[in-house]
Design a protein around this ligand. Structure first.
Ligand SMILES: NC(=O)C1=CN([C@@H]2O[C@H](COP(=O)(O)OP(=O)(O)OC[C@H]3O[C@@H](n4cnc5c(N)ncnc54)[C@H](OP(=O)(O)O)[C@@H]3O)[C@@H](O)[C@H]2O)C=CC1
Ligand SMILES: N[C@@H](CC(=O)OP(=O)(O)O)C(=O)O
Length: 344
């Protein structure tokens, strides 16, 4: 029987992507939608400014949006996907966990908390069991799991694939799509004919979240990876798809040929939203490109190209769809992992 799920922040850009991904999902049934007080009490059709590239699913359009409070969500809902602004997530997600709900959250609050698993299932599925520590620490019947920032999700799987060569230093420069800032985030006057070489807090997220994701969990605590990561984040006028330039210094010899083999061989996981292959490797130096390659693997794949030797070790470019692999799809995949591991 399908698991009944809810979406916190269902009317937003990521909430709409979640609805697109969850409506046809084999294991999940959308049973509750929440948003701010100004949307509560309206039908989803009325409350959401629907801007996704497929119609609102008929069975979702007539659901009444509730306020984002534990009492407003039916108790037979087992899993909540959270796409709230991070300040709201910080305030309310713990209340839902305390009330017994399992929350798979895309919001950035608490990603670096010691007892909160930050998970990309293809990279560190075993970190999910940090939830046992979390439940002991906090006395929750529910649980809180996070997916990382969209730019972090794009380059960390490539590092995981190359980890066998010994990760020492990584420099990453991003070219991020405007959808990452939300529908009202960057005005057309700011971004057309332009590039903005700063995205608030983004560099720090890439530098810190990557070490947690690549860390070791021994069943009791998590030891972060000591790879040095330096990031530079830029906004460019693409709609979806974050492209990143990576320079990697490895401890062992790492030729472009070895890197391509390791990236291509890196496995996906046996969960419905994990694409096979996970990583597409292009020989064409002009790929990957956001418009051409962001939808590979249903928007859940990572693509890599331009692999070459450089003054600073191995150099390559990577790309992923920021609102699917980088946000809604990442939360859904973590929901699948929670189900697979008996947390629901
Ligand atoms: N856009 C993207 O590509 C990405 C976004 N994220 C993160 O995901 C989260 C959501 O982003 P996005 O969908 O773009 O944001 P939006 O602003 O589009 O949506 C926010 C959602 O939260 C609800 N909300 C806002 N304030 C409150 C409140 N006080 N109480 C309850 N609900 C509230 C909104 O409801 P209402 O409609 O009623 O206002 C809406 O449903 C953010 O944390 C963002 O940083 C992460 C990666 C990518
Ligand atoms: N800051 C990201 C999107 C985002 O909301 O990230 P986070 O989930 O870390 O808040 C971008 O601009 O593309």
């Amino acid at each position: 029987m399908a698991v009944r799920v809810g979406i916190l922040g269902a009317t937003g850009a990521v909430g709409q992507r979640l609805i697109q991904l969850l409506e046809p999902h084999p294991d999940f049934d959308i049973a509750a939608l929440t948003a701010s007080e100004s949307s509560a009490g309206k039908s989803y059709r009325e409350a959401a400014k629907w801007r996704a590239d497929s119609p609102i699913p008929a069975n979702v359009a007539d659901i009444t949006v509730g306020p984002t409070e534990p009492d407003a969500v039916p108790s037979d809902v087992d899993l909540l996907f959270s796409s709230l602004p991070s300040s709201v997530g910080a305030a309310v997600e713990p209340d839902f966990c305390e009330a017994g709900y399992v929350v798979s959250s895309n919001s950035s609050n608490a990603r670096m908390a010691e007892d909160v698993p930050l998970v990309i299932p293809e990279v560190n599925a075993d970190h999910i069991d940090l939830l046992e520590v979390q439940r002991d620490d906090r006395g929750w019947d529910g649980a809180l799991v996070k997916n990382p920032n969209c730019s972090t999700i794009t380059f960390v799987p490539t590092l995981a694939a190359l980890a066998e060569f010994g990760l020492e230093k990584v420099h990453v420069a991003t070219l991020q799509a405007v959808s990452g800032a939300g529908y009202d985030g960057v005005t057309s006057m700011e971004i057309i004919d332009n590039a903005i070489p700063h995205i608030g807090s983004e560099e720090e997220k890439l530098e810190t979240e990557s070490k947690k994701l690549l860390g070791e969990f021994d069943g009791a605590s998590l030891q972060q990876n000591d790879v040095a990561v330096a990031a530079s984040c830029n906004r460019i006028p693409t709609i979806d798809g974050h492209l990143e330039n990576v320079w990697l210094e490895a401890a062992d010899e790492l030729t472009p040929e070895d890197a391509a083999k390791a990236l291509e061989a890196y496995p996906s996981v046996d969960l419905p939203s994990s694409p096979d292959p996970l990583i597409h490797v292009f020989e064409d130096l002009e790929r990957p490109q956001p418009r051409l390659d962001r939808n590979l693997g249903g928007g859940m794949a990572v693509s890599v190209g331009g692999i070459r030797e450089s003054t600073f070790g191995l150099q390559y470019n990577c790309l992923a769809h920021n609102t699917i692999r980088g946000a809604a799809g990442a939360s859904v995949l973590n929901g699948e992992l929670l189900l697979e591991n008996g947390y629901l």
